[in-house]
Design a protein around this ligand. Sequence first.
Ligand code: DAK
Length: 259
Amino acid sequence: MTAYETILVESPAPGVGLVRFNRPSALNALNSQLAAELFDALEGLDADEAVRCIVLTGSDKAFAAGADIKEMQGTDAVTMVAGKDFTEWSRFTRIRKPIIGAVSGWALGGGCEVAMMCDLLVASETAKFGQPEIGIGIIPGAGGTQRLTRAVGKALAMEICLTDRKLTAAEALHYGLVNHVYPVESYLQEAIALAGKIAAMPGVAVKLIKDAVNKAEELSLHDGLAYEKRNFYLSFATADKSEGMAAFVEKRKPEWKHR
Ligand code: DAK
């Protein structure tokens, strides 16, 4: 496996890939090296046939405290526009296998935005979500005003972005930002167990579902339903459709080929 300096990549359970942010001295602040290593690792796991679900986590203290402010301090708008900064994060959203964010402690700024790019979120009771960019004179730049508003509604998103209000894990659960909240001792194992459940499902259908559900955030209902139908028809072309329906009729457990 590729050697990385700012992340760790593990295989904690059959079919599950785990990526950990690993910059503890900076509360996992997302610098350009970490971003490049993250995209490389995720694309590797996406291409690995043995992996069918990915868990992304940080430490118990911090999922990620945002983009690296010390690195950003020396940059300017033209450098960002001329460089790759504005397109690079789309590499994250092009991953076709489900990504479960396992969030504990700080998920701030870019850290909160990365969490919201995940497909499901499992939080520890200590998780705190926020968009504090206004406190350093900028605004969210990787989805904080968009995905957060879709997730929790306009009124609360405005308050979070304008006043740096932090959302607790219980609030995040209440507003539907996260799927589950567990004690800090068990959130990661629970996230891995959830990933294991997904990894045990037929892999092509899993990808088609992730693709279609994410389209619901972008398309009108009319276009979304048409998009879903195409993925639905495609699922009928899989070996797992034949196996799944045969197994149901024969009253046995299906043996997925993930094809
Ligand atoms: N960047 C760099 N270093 C950070 C950091 C960050 N975001 N957050 C924490 N650290 C470092 C601290 O500087 C400190 O380092 P040393 O001084 O020990 O060398 C170490 O981590 C421990 O932090 P603290 O001493 O501050 O720890 P506390 O427990 O007292 O406080 C905290 C924890 C999370 C409340 C605090 O560290 C904090 O407020 N951190 C900053 C949070 C923040 O403002 N985050 C938003 C950053 S702006 C883009 C798209 C998006 C973005 C950028 C570009 N493009 C499309 C181009 C995103 C921007 C952001 O995220």
